[in-house]
Design a protein around this ligand. Structure first.
Ligand SMILES: O=C(O)[C@H](O)[C@@H](O)[C@H](O)[C@H](O)COP(=O)(O)O
Length: 241
């Protein structure tokens, strides 16, 4: 695992934009397509904004990229809480991506149906191969969740299925989420976490004892891939030097 600490949120986004661009270019030297899992939440907005502008916009071969989501809030696409909408607004509508290569978690059908459909899409891409996505971008909530793997939920411990859904009572909505097995089979996984509000949790997730029910982000451990954390000094303040 590698931790990249930058001065502030803006610099974290800049470092990550440059790192992702480099990662895409390297991976595409030996294959024709690059599969990229986008994250919702507020933190990646600035990163998406950067990727959609010079110089990254020109440096990334967008037509070779295939997009997926780590999780989705089961609200209509037009709803501002919809993760896909945010990613379209901030990134996908601004770059020359091929529409057929964008795979949203559908919220216009029942969540259970959306899960079956998404699993089907993922199986078409990755079949039974040991490696799944080329790159997964993740956020970490102040409570230690990642994807829609919230503290105390059963979905944290899913060992077989790649996609799941459950009703998140605290937010009065269904969530659709990738599970740990499919993310842990990715080549590169990068968390992005900024701000002092995440410092205590980050310390527990990275330095504390394993307690997956309390800190679901700890379950992310790529089997053969690389794990990176991109954080700012405020979030990293309590990490041991
Ligand atoms: O839909 C979601 O809520 C996200 O995908 C979630 O896993 C997010 O990444 C974290 O909650 C961090 O969110 P912030 O970036 O807003 O802190």
């Amino acid at each position: 695992m590698e931790i990249h600490i930058a001065a502030d949120a803006r610099q974290v986004s800049e470092e990550l934009a440059s790192w992702i661009t480099n990662c895409i270019q390297e991976v595409l030297k030996s294959q024709e397509r690059f599969t990229f899992v986008l994250s919702g939440g507020s933190t990646p907005k600035r990163l998406y904004d950067l990727l959609a502008a010079s110089p990254y916009k020109e440096e990334i071969p967008w037509e070779k990229l295939h997009f997926f989501w780590g999780d989705e809030r089961a609200v209509p696409f037009e709803d501002d809480r919809n993760n896909a909408k945010m990613c379209y607004d901030e990134l996908l509508n601004k770059v020359p991506v091929i529409a057929e290569n964008i795979h949203v978690m559908r919220t216009d059908i029942e969540p259970e149906e959306a899960v079956v459909e998404y699993e089907k899409v993922l199986k078409q891409y990755f079949g039974d191969s040991e490696t799944t996505f080329d790159f997964v971008l993740l956020g970490m909530g102040d409570d230690g969740h990642t994807l829609s793997l919230f503290p105390g939920t059963d979905v944290i411990h899913e060992t077989k299925g790649w996609v799941n859904t459950f009703f998140l009572a605290a937010q009065d909505m269904f969530r659709i989420t990738l599970t740990a097995p499919v993310v842990n089979a990715a080549k590169y996984v990068a968390f992005m976490a900024v701000g002092s509000g995440k410092a205590e949790t980050l310390k527990s997730v990275l330095g504390g004892e394993k307690n997956l029910d309390k800190f679901p982000s700890q379950i992310i451990e790529p089997v053969n891939g690389e794990l990176h954390w991109f954080v700012d000094e405020a979030a990293a303040a309590l990490l041991e030097k």
